[in-house]
Design a protein around this ligand. Structure first.
Ligand code: ATP
Ligand code: MG
Length: 563
């Protein structure tokens, strides 16, 4: 993987460098913007757009605006605006004073609309939405002019004013641009500029009951802010002529240009705010920040770091062709990052007790354990050891299968950081469950080696029974069990993974875990990467979320199946 500085320029960088070379960029440098609609939380796809817009501004010493595209008051909420800002900051980007709202431009947009009417370039149409659709024609057939297309300028002005005053019900009238009903581009067949909507806007309250449409608002907002490179996703390619139409309206001084790149899609993920909202509203997840959600709030609560996500989207690059990325590539980036930064701890998720019969009762000794073998600066911690320890139930087998190197009666294994132990016997309850494993330890194996250089094949992690905390551990997995949710049945809900969350009560974690804080990156040795849950964890009852497993069992399974 080439370093960022060495990688070839992407197509947008090439355009920008060409514009800079040819004097097409104003003095202050390039200006980009990230324009989310505050109708939901940001998802992983948005990270790509955020990184692209903010990084270009940084690289070329320009600036990037945050523009809340708030033109649909029925679906937009302040909660979303706050979450969006929080998520962008978490990613490490800063828009400074350049925080704008499309609603800031409502007065100007209204004036432009009136001017268009005066110049005979817009008209008030009374066709219903259905009729309008019918009149619009198809990709192969031209549209037909609305009977209202030739309404007089005076009448248009009067009706538009009445629309603004709230004298007409929703759906009764629309303001449309008069462009060309026979245009091969459907978006130029007299696009709607304004519609009537009686909704209280989070910012403008009840001042307006007519709201400008996206294709009118967005380009003019870009022009007003002096955006030089307006970058959006490919589905807007067909809208570019409408964008260019709007920015060339007489009196608009600055001409921004729109460039489109491919959306980021990931297998097993839904990246549509509408569908994500459905999951939230119907209690299928615990909220927008449910750690299984592909939202920024979700992955953040799950324990992904911003650096890992930036690494992921930069590996993906900026292209013109739509594709779907493997979920496992994202997890690979997350693991790489966590391997470097995560503090190691021992946690026993499914404990069974081992009593070391030849170890003195009541004695406690401490072993020095490295916090991160990948980071010499991470230091060490002390781990308590005693006669009564807990190991994973799966690290012992009463009747070992072939190739099993962990603990069984007569076998010797290493307890990580501590001693070699040999199992000598077991106790069971009435149901036949193992309740206690008896073992002996070799005092000469302190620290994990013996004077005779004897080797053991298995190493177990462990905690001292009286020196651990009990915690809840949430084992998260993919929210959907199909690569392309909904593909098989047409309903993505059919592909919800019933095992996407397994809650473990009473996991036993070494004492040091009590010091872990929200935002810390942890590895529970041999179990996976974890973090402290930001919502439900309490000092006296800690909750840990599994961020990602240590290895990609899925990729291996796929390889085995020859997929
Ligand atoms: P959704 O379909 O999930 O609702 P959207 O495009 O409507 O997404 P916006 O809030 O309008 O969401 O998007 C803000 C910016 O993020 C836009 O420039 C949009 O093109 C970009 N964006 C949205 N989804 C993706 C994605 N999957 N990959 C890259 N960029 C995206
Ligand atoms: Mg949108």
């Amino acid at each position: 993987m080439p370093e960022v500085s060495e990688r070839p320029l992407n197509f947008i960088e090439k355009i920008i460098e060409d514009d800079l070379k040819n004097g097409r960029v104003p003095e202050g440098g390039i200006v980009t913007r990230f324009p989310p609609e505050p109708n939901g939380y940001l998802h992983i796809g948005h990270i790509k757009s955020i990184c692209l817009n903010f990084s270009l501004a940084e690289k070329y010493h320009g600036r990037c605006h945050l523009r809340l595209d708030d033109t649909n008051p029925a679906k937009e909420e302040n909660e979303y605006i706050d979450a969006i800002k929080d998520d962008i900051r978490w990613l490490g980007f800063d828009w400074g004073e350049h925080e704008y709202y499309a609603s800031d431009y409502y007065d100007q947009l209204y004036e432009i609309a009136v001017r268009l009417i005066r110049e005979g370039k817009a008209y008030v149409d009374s066709l219903s939405a259905e009729q309008m659709k019918e009149y619009r024609g198809t990709l192969t057939e031209p549209g037909r002019n609305s009977p209202d297309r030739d309404r007089s300028i005076e009448e248009n002005l009067r009706l538009f004013e009445e629309m603004r005053q709230g004298l007409h019900p929703e759906g009764s009238y629309t303001l449309r641009a008069k462009i060309d009903m026979a245009s091969p581009n459907m978006n130029l067949r007299d696009p709607a500029l304004y519609r009537i909507k009686f909704a209280t806007h989070p910012r403008t309250g009840d001042k307006w009951c007519i709201y400008p449409m996206y294709d009118f608002t967005h380009p003019i907002s870009d022009a007003i802010e002096g955006i030089t490179h307006s970058i959006c996703t490919l589905e807007f390619e067909d809208h570019r002529p409408a964008y260019d139409w709007a920015t060339s309206i007489d009196g608009i001084e600055h001409t921004p240009h729109q460039y489109e790149f491919a959306r980021l899609n990931i297998t097993y993920c839904l990246m549509s705010k509408r569908k994500l909202l459905y999951l939230v509203n119907n209690g299928l997840v615990s909220g927008w920040d449910d750690p299984r959600m592909p939202t920024v709030a979700g992955i953040r609560r799950r324990g992904y770091s911003p650096q890992a996500m930036k690494d992921f989207v930069s590996r993906v690059g900026v292209a013109k062709v739509e594709g779907v990325l493997d979920f496992s590539l994202m997890e690979f980036c997350v693991r790489e990052d966590l391997n470097r930064r995560a503090r190691r701890l021992m946690a026993v998720l499914d404990p069974v007790e081992v009593v070391i019969d030849n170890y003195p009762e009541g004695q406690v000794e401490y072993f020095e354990a490295e916090n991160n073998p990948e980071d010499a600066d991470a230091g060490t911690r002390k781990v308590a050891f005693s006669k009564h320890i807990l190991i994973e139930r799966e690290d012992f087998m009463e009747v070992p299968v072939k190739g099993y190197h962990r603990l069984y009666i007569g076998n010797e294994v290493r307890l990580k950081y501590a001693y070699y132990i040999t199992a000598t016997g077991i106790e069971k309850d009435d149901d036949g469950n193992i309740t206690l494993i008896h073992a002996t330890y070799d005092p000469l194996s302190r620290g994990g080696q013996t004077p005779d250089g004897r080797k053991v094949r298995g190493t177990s992690h462990w905690v001292s029974k009286d020196h651990c905390i009990k915690a809840e551990v949430r084992q998260y997995d993919k929210l959907f069990s199909s690569e392309n949710p909904g593909q098989a049945t047409g309903n993505y809900l059919d592909d919800l993974n019933p095992d996407s969350l397994v809650v473990i009560n009473g996991a036993c974690i070494e004492q040091e875990a009590a010091n872990a804080k929200v935002g810390d990156y942890l590895q529970f040795i041999r179990n996976g990467y974890y973090c402290v849950d930001s919502r439900d964890s309490r000092p006296d009852r800690m909750v840990f979320n599994r961020t990602v497993t240590l290895k990609d069992s899925w990729a291996k399974q796929k390889a085995r199946m020859g997929l």
